[in-house]
Design a protein around this ligand. Structure first.
Ligand code: ADP
Length: 440
């Protein structure tokens, strides 16, 4: 990971890691004050937030979130249709503030826009879409200025709003992480997909010489879901999953780690077991259906602590129509869930350590010859982390935490803190809107 990070920073296209510039050079300090808005366009939902900031570190006075399902047809429609829908919803959200708001309706508001897709940024508040991921496929949008598209829709709806920051969701998480804990140097999201960002020194970003920032650093969006290395052992299940996916040879790391795929890896293993033996009875047609087994069901089976593994039997029956599975076989199914989840968690942990290694926060930089590892002066280092897989799947979380200690060693690991951020990607965007707000 550290080697590929170097390559991605050296030249455009130098690695499968895109290492995208974000133009965020100063993270929120805690002094931000006032009411700011955020819009998070992620996967299935988009979220609108109103955040009141008190001007002291950790004093987010309040934040309100509204979630709205994105109608399926809009995900493959036109840019205008999608953003008109988003702008209308945002307008209604603001109108619901009513007279209680300190803001008159016509007063200009500042908005942070979290856009969880790869964007080639040209400033903190502009950038063009490189490609869609997840379920979106609006062809006319690729290559377009994302902020302009939203700004035009807001104007069409008569909404007075300025988009002061365009941020990747990982950058939002990092911003909130830093707001609460100034030792935060990186952020990782492990939910439906996975990605990470971190603070890099400007002089290490070889591919963009000439840009000066006041802090001497910049947040880099790694797009680590696309990471690949010949060192990663790939099983036949990974190869098949990738080949049958809509984006073969892309998002290889994500396909081994994130919530969108873990259920399907388990399904593929169970299918092979069923085809090559009779322990699961006749092959259930459900087992042949891609993505039918979801990651939360894997978690339910994995974490079944009942003596007769009744929940395993229920998931197998309800989700896969496999019934009358003997206890011994149910135990085997739990083992499959364990192996797949443990591998994912350990790969994610290795990725995090890769980032720490790249920025000399893995404890190795401080070792001088003749000194033992316990003499290392290790700076306290925080990593902000968000996403349903980490927060809701406790076995995944435990395996990830355990692997961090195993790779770093206990002495170093005790200085590395993983801080969970609730709603970080949204709240963080409003913090960045605050720190980049115009004063006019
Ligand atoms: P998103 O990444 O879609 O923005 P989240 O961060 O909430 O949203 O992550 C949702 C993903 O987390 C789901 O797609 C699912 O794979 C995973 N997930 C949610 N709940 C659980 C659970 N209880 N156990 C395991 N995985 C879960």
């Amino acid at each position: 990971m550290a080697v590929e990070m170097h390559a991605g920073l050296a030249s455009e296209g130098g690695s499968k890691l895109r290492m995208l510039l974000t133009y965020v050079d100063n993270l929120p300090s805690g002094s931000e004050k006032g009411t700011y808005y955020a819009l998070h366009l992620g996967g299935t939902y988009f979220r609108m937030l109103r955040v009141k900031l008190g001007g002291h570190r950790s004093s987010i006075l309040s934040h309100e979130v509204e979630r709205q399902l994105i109608p399926q047809h809009l995900m493959t429609s036109t840019t205008e249709d999608l953003f008109d829908f988003v702008a209308s919803s945002l307008k209604e959200f603001i109108e619901r503030e009513g007279s209680s708001s300190a803001f008159p309706l016509d007063r200009r508001r500042e908005l942070g826009f979290t856009f969880s897709y790869p964007v080639r940024q040209t400033s903190v508040s502009s950038g063009v879409l490189i490609k869609w991921t997840k379920q979106f496929a609006i062809k006319d949008m690729v290559g377009k200025e994302v902020v302009e598209c939203l700004q035009q829709a807001l104007t069409r709806k008569g909404l007075s709003m300025r988009i002061s920051a365009l941020v990747n969701d990982t950058v939002g998480t990092l911003a909130l992480g830093h707001y609460h804990d100034e030792d935060t140097v990186a952020a990782v999201i492990i939910g439906t997909g996975t990605n990470a960002c971190y603070v890099e020194r400007m002089d290490a970003i070889i591919k963009c010489q000439g840009i000066l920032t006041s802090s001497g650093g910049m947040v880099v969006n790694m797009e680590w879901g696309n990471f690949w290395s010949s060192h990663l052992p790939r099983t036949s299940y990974d190869i098949d999953l990738d080949a049958e996916s809509p984006n073969p040879n892309e998002q290889g790391f994500e396909k081994m780690i994130s919530g969108m795929y873990l259920g399907d890896i388990v399904r593929r293993v169970l299918l092979r077991m069923s085809q090559e033996s009779d322990i699961l009875g006749p092959v259930s047609p459900k087992l042949l259906t891609p993505f039918l087994l979801r990651t939360p069901s894997v978690a339910t089976m994995h974490e079944d602590d009942s003596p007769d593994l009744a929940k395993v039997a229920k998931v197998l029956g309800d989700d896969l129509e496999i019934t009358d599975v003997p206890l011994k076989v149910r135990k085997l199914v739990v083992n499959v869930c364990d192996v797949v989840t443990r591998r994912a968690a350990r790969l994610a942990a290795a990725g995090i350590v890769g980032i720490l290694k790249k920025i000399s926060r893995d404890g190795s930089g401080g070792i001088t010859s003749g000194r033992s590892r316990s003499d290392v002066k290790m700076r306290r280092t925080a990593v902000a982390i968000e996403g349903g897989l980490y927060t809701k799947y406790s076995m995944f979380r435990e395996y990830l935490n355990e692997a961090m200690i195993e790779i770093l060693g206990e002495d170093v690991a005790e200085h590395v803190i993983l801080n969970v951020m609730e709603d970080g990607s949204g709240i963080g965007a409003s913090l960045l809107a605050a720190s980049h707000a115009s004063n006019d």
